[in-house]
Design a protein around this ligand. Structure first.
Ligand code: PEP
Ligand code: MG
Length: 578
């Protein structure tokens, strides 16, 4: 079935073009960030609700109270119905939220405001919810964590009262393709791949955390569509191709059928090596704790990046040491006897954590994020290292620890010393900032290992915000400047006899994986879904071929040339259909 824009029926609209006409048979071109194809009706993510104005309501107080009670009951009923359809944590969360919707204190306070101040029910509820949130915050602990739920309930009841769509990811049982301006990592993490078949966003780049999560969930995703998302009418069927970045409007039944076929992924034997036996550890990136078991089942040799902040993205307050011990312990238990690289909280930029990050930064990606947060909140790092050491002592996984966003030699030194105080001997750093790559030699004279975060290293080398769809063409680790910094880092590692891994998304691209090995990278960590393809390519490629592909790519002047030249030098790619 042709999808060429030249087939006479189709027109192609790039993300840059504005589009206010709806036509059939149109191809929208965005940036494919999570491979795979899916077809389904589109559902738009509703925006959050606005604060209702403070003014006297013309309605009689009894009418307003009745409207409020009905709205609260409708929201609670809807949440209870959703709770019945799921199990485990999701069920608990929905049941708790349903309880808040009919909480007597909340509703009594709102009723009082209606009666005494004659405000609208939505305004009264807004104010009552604010008062409850303040009380919860003051109580701290479990209650402080419910503040987000109070706001969620408030928005749902206000939406019901004012007749606007309920904010957040729509709760439907029939599968759909989700369309959003942008999606926070915390929202993406909760998507159910059985229901959300595909993801389309106007914003976002290939290494945004939303894209990373979509990949780990196996949800095909296209980002950076810009204004073209306006062409996606509600419930209109589309085909999403998360590899090529194409969104097809009004597909034929055959195209829908083809996109809906599921393909079996290549499996992994559990030992990565080139065809001539050069060992390359193939590890998994793990975010939420629940991803650990499937990653182990996929044959990962260990965990190369455990993004601990993903466990606590929904928190307004620091998780307790006990909670942390439990979360880390679950991942360590899944990888008994194997290596697990735990990264300390990488809070900041698109993963803000209210207890760690300042809210008034103009450039949060260049702000107090990652390891830098420990300068202002040293105790949070201390507590996390205590939790990691406690979990490590209770399990037989080999625990390595690393800090994100290290920029200077002195920071590596500080982190290694902090880990040593907790008995954590294998302490390393992430190389995500060009300064760290350039100083890899002295940094690795202190740190036991380095792990290159190519997502941020690319962002900071090209000065291109990884969240900006408009800059997606710059967000590629194939840029020879990025490759050169990776080589410099590996040279620093070799000079100090220290391993240098890659745990950014680059490791999941088979061609890039071979180039990384050629540059001297010793381990590759990726979404477990990519392990089979990367392992297959390495198993069919010699170290010499990897080195040659790397040298050729380094000799080019731009990312496209680097990619094409390297691919030409890796014949196994075509043989394996990669
Ligand atoms: C990276 O920057 O490449 C990385 C692995 O860290 P994160 O994507 O979580 O920022
Ligand atoms: Mg990073």
């Amino acid at each position: 079935m042709g999808r060429s824009p030249c087939d006479g029926r189709r027109t192609t609209v790039s993300s840059a073009e504005s589009a206010d006409v709806t036509s059939t048979g149109t191809i929208l071109q965005g940036v494919g960030v999570s491979p795979g194809r899916a077809a389904g009706p589109t559902v738009h993510l509703a925006a959050g609700v606005d604060e209702p104005p403070l003014r006297r309501s013309p309605a009689a107080p009894e009418e307003s109270v009745a409207a409020l009670t009905a709205a609260a009951e409708a929201v609670a009923a809807e949440l209870r119905t959703r709770a019945e359809g799921v199990t485990g944590t999701a069920r608990e969360v929905l049941e708790t939220t349903a309880q808040i919707a009919t909480d007597p204190t909340l509703l009594k306070d709102a009723r009082k405001r209606i009666e005494s101040e004659r405000v609208s029910p939505e305004r009264a509820l807004w104010e009552a919810a604010a008062a409850v949130a303040v009380q919860f915050e003051e109580l701290g602990g479990y209650f402080a964590e419910r503040v987000r739920d109070v706001h969620d309930v408030r928005d749902r009841i206000v939406a019901n009262l004012t007749g606007v769509p309920t904010p957040g990811v729509p709760s439907r049982t029939e599968p759909f393709v989700l369309v959003a301006q942008d999606l926070a990592p915390a929202d993406t993490a909760q998507l159910d791949p059985e229901v959300v078949l595909g993801l389309i966003t106007a914003e976002g780049g290939p290494t945004s955390h939303t894209a990373i999560l979509a990949r780990s969930l196996g949800i095909p995703a296209v980002v950076g569509l810009g204004d073209a998302t306006r062409r996606l009418v509600a419930e209109g069927v589309v085909v999403v191709d998360g590899g090529s970045g194409v969104v097809l409007l009004a597909p034929t039944p055959e195209e829908v059928a083809r996109a809906s076929e599921r393909h079996e992924a290549r499996t992994f034997s559990g030992r990565g090596a080139t065809t001539d036996g050069h060992r390359v550890e193939l590890l998994a990136n793990v975010g939420e704790v629940a991803q650990a078991e499937p990653a182990a089942a996929a044959g990962a040799e260990g965990v190369g990046l455990f993004r601990t902040e993903f466990c606590f993205l929904d928190r307004d307050t620091e998780p307790s040491i006990e909670e942390q011990v439990e979360a880390y312990g679950t991942v360590l238990a899944a990888f008994g006897g194997r290596k697990v690289v735990i990264r300390t909280l990488d809070a900041g930029a698109d993963k803000p954590m209210p207890f760690l990050n300042p809210t008034d930064e103009a450039n949060p990606a260049l702000g107090v994020r990652g390891f830098r947060t420990s300068w202002r909140s040293p105790q949070v790092l201390e507590n996390q290292l205590t939790a990691i050491a406690t979990a490590a002592a209770a399990h037989d996984a080999r625990v390595w620890v690393m800090a994100p966003m290290v920029a200077r030699v002195s920071e590596a030194e500080q982190f290694v010393a902090a880990c040593a105080r907790h008995g954590l001997e294998t302490a390393g750093v992430m190389v995500e900032v060009p300064s760290a790559a350039l100083l890899a030699g002295p940094i690795l004279a202190r740190a036991a290992f380095a792990s290159i975060g190519t997502n941020d290293l690319t962002q900071y080398t090209l000065a291109a915000d990884r969240l900006l769809g408009a800059l997606a063409p710059l967000s590629t680790p194939w840029d020879p400047a990025v490759l050169s910094l990776i080589r410099t880092t590996c040279e620093g590692g070799q000079a100090q006899s220290r391993p240098v891994g890659v745990c950014g998304e680059a490791a999941a691209d088979p061609a890039m994986a071979a180039v990384l090995v050629g540059l001297g990278v010793t381990s590759l960590s990726m979404t477990p879904r990519a392990l089979g393809d990367v392992a297959a390519l390495l198993a069919a490629t010699s170290l010499e071929q990897c080195r040659r592909a790397a040298t050729l790519a380094l000799g080019t002047e731009d990312a496209d040339a680097a990619r094409l030249t390297a691919r030409d030098a890796l014949p196994a790619l075509a043989e394996l259909g990669l």
